[in-house]
Ligand binder design. Structure first.
Ligand code: UDP
Length: 335
């Protein structure tokens, strides 16, 4: 099978590429980023890295034509972007998706769209089922532009489904693992990772009672592949996540424990506005209902938080010592 992964140079895309190569497929990863996260795949003759943007429909078309299956993962992701560059978030996430959908439809290809748990916003009624309400704040609060961009793209998916496109949608819940962002930037785990490796206190925003369902990337990839390959997945949205809820305080203490440090003395509490500024709203609880993932995709999360964090910490430790280009950034720490 020939597989195109837009955003194939990114975190989940690179793991998905690996998994399809292991199945014996030929993979094209299209991305605007440097190929750092897939450089271990570059010697594989069935792997091709294409440096192009999903906003460039002409470049994209040549690769959609040759694929049997298209995963659309290219997007502007990360809290710092929602707050700093909403124009880019909206443009890439909506117009880029429209380009991929148009081409997949034109050439009769099957497609899976990578969406997010952010589409549910701050709906207080957890766990969220796929058809639950979206509860968002005002458009003047920049943080909602990401949720809105992904939801608009999902609406486009359903519009193209009506026109005959075989499309499915996966909504990711806090996926983590090796090759997640660089340390100190991106998600809470990579921010804690930088602090852990330097033996600094871990910065808890607020009181740390806010929860997330951290999902190990290998579990997320198994679900994503099932959404791409199983005929019964077409026309569905799926929550892809682990349904075990973890508070940020528990995440921090688990990471400290794995690293062999005493939790109490190594935490620092900071105010949300100090980190994100006044134009950001945190979400208190984010929990998926994963019935559809289990019954239609036939995938269950298998990796415990402790196991997954151990693998992630080991990977970041090793890479930051041996190949720091993949794990370190010139950007300053947020926390
Ligand atoms: N967070 C934290 N300390 C940090 C960075 C993040 O306590 O240094 C919290 C953040 O306030 C949020 C949670 O960790 O409640 C997850 O944040 P992340 O940026 O990973 O993304 P989100 O799940 O909110 O999209």
């Amino acid at each position: 099978m020939k597989v195109l992964i837009t955003g194939g140079g990114g975190f989940i895309g690179s793991h998905l590429a690996e998994a399809h190569l292991e199945r014996g497929d030929e993979v094209w990863a299209l991305d605007t980023a440097m190929n750092l996260k897939v450089r271990h795949l570059l010697t594989n003759p069935r792997f091709h890295y294409v440096k192009a943007s999903v906003l460039d429909a002409e470049a994209l078309e040549a690769f959609v034509i040759r694929a049997d299956l298209v995963y659309h993962h290219a997007a502007v992701v990360g809290v710092e972007h929602y707050v700093d560059d909403p124009f880019n978030v909206l443009n890439v996430n909506i117009l880029g998706t429209l380009n991929v959908l148009r081409l997949a439809h034109r050439h009769g290809k099957r497609m899976t769209f990578a969406s997010t748990s952010e589409v549910y916003g701050r709906n207080p009624k957890v766990p969220w089922k796929e058809d639950d309400d979206r509860v968002l704040g005002a458009t003047t609060t920049d943080r909602w532009c990401y949720s809105t961009s992904k939801a608009a793209a999902e609406h486009y998916c359903w519009a193209f489904r009506r026109m005959g496109l075989d499309v499915s949608v996966v909504r990711y819940f806090n996926i983590y693992g090796p090759r997640l962002d660089k340390i100190d930037v991106g998600r809470v785990i990579t921010i804690f990772m930088g602090q852990l490796l330097r033996e600094e206190p871990l910065t808890i925003i607020g009181d740390g009672s806010q929860t997330r369902c951290f999902t190990f990337v290998e579990d997320a990839v198994r679900a994503t592949m099932a959404a791409g390959l199983k005929p019964e997945a077409v026309g569905h949205a799926f929550n892809v996540g682990d349904d075990r809820e973890t508070s940020i305080l528990d995440l921090a203490t688990t990471m400290l424990k794995i690293a062999g440090r005493e939790p109490g003395a190594h935490l620092k509490y900071v105010k949300q506005e100090e980190v994100y500024g006044p134009r950001y709203e945190d979400i208190q609880r984010r929990v998926p209902d994963i019935t559809k993932m289990k019954t239609i995709l036939k995938v269950r999360p298998q990796t415990s938080l402790e196991e997954g964090l151990r693998a992630t910490i080991d990977w970041f430790r090793y890479e930051s010592e041996h190949r720091p280009s993949l794990t370190t950034s010139s950007m300053e720490a947020k926390g």
